[in-house]
Design a protein around this ligand. Structure first.
Ligand code: DAT
Ligand code: MG
Length: 165
């Protein structure tokens, strides 16, 4: 079944110049990229993204990590679309703990645990269909995705917007 999943190349991945390597690994899935953007992650976005983990002891460090406090302050967000997208991407990512991840996986090859105990595991991938929908809608607006993945509607808005001079 065709489905979509959110992928984030986290600040450690961008700081270590791993973007190309990670995208090359993901291209093995033959999935389609439906959206991509470089994001400076606000505290609000970070906390919403990891809302389900807010009671974990590592939550504060996790928020700092994804905001780029320990690396460059940027994340590359992508939506991958195609058959079995969730499982295919999760498999190439590897296990959450980079020390336990298959060494051939992205996290196994490039991740580390800092002496402070932060899992710098390079990449995020949605866990299930419901999480993927919540996450994609958090990171992207309908106009930033090249296909109609979820129902959307047109509304008239008047907003201040930066334009080229
Ligand atoms: P995943 O990213 O594999 O879906 P998750 O959703 O359980 O894993 O956790 C989100 C992130 O939180 C994970 O990528 C790294 C961090 N994390 C998870 N468990 C951790 C732990 N025991 N110690 C430190 N960081 C952890
Ligand atoms: Mg998860």
């Amino acid at each position: 079944m065709a489905e979509q999943t959110l992928v984030l190349i986290k600040p450690d991945g961008l700081s270590k110049s791993l973007t190309g390597n990670v995208l090359a690994r993901l291209s093995e899935t033959k999935l389609e990229i439906a959206a991509a953007r470089i994001v400076q992650v606000s505290k609000e976005l970070a906390e919403q993204h990891y809302a389900l983990l807010k009671d974990k002891p590592f939550f504060t460090d996790l928020i700092k990590y994804i905001m780029g406090d320990y690396h460059k302050k940027k994340v590359m967000a992508l939506v991958y679309w195609g058959d079995d997208a969730l499982a295919k991407v999760r498999k190439i990512c590897g296990a959450t703990n980079p020390e336990e991840a298959d060494p051939v996986s992205i996290r196994g090859a490039y991740g580390r645990i800092t002496t402070k105990g932060v899992y710098e595991n390079v990449i995020h991938a949605s866990t299930n269909i419901e999480e993927a929908e919540r996450e994609i809608k958090l990171w992207f607006s309908p106009d930033e995705i090249i296909m109609e993945l979820y129902p959307s509607k047109k509304v008239m808005v008047s907003v201040e917007k930066r334009v080229w001079v």
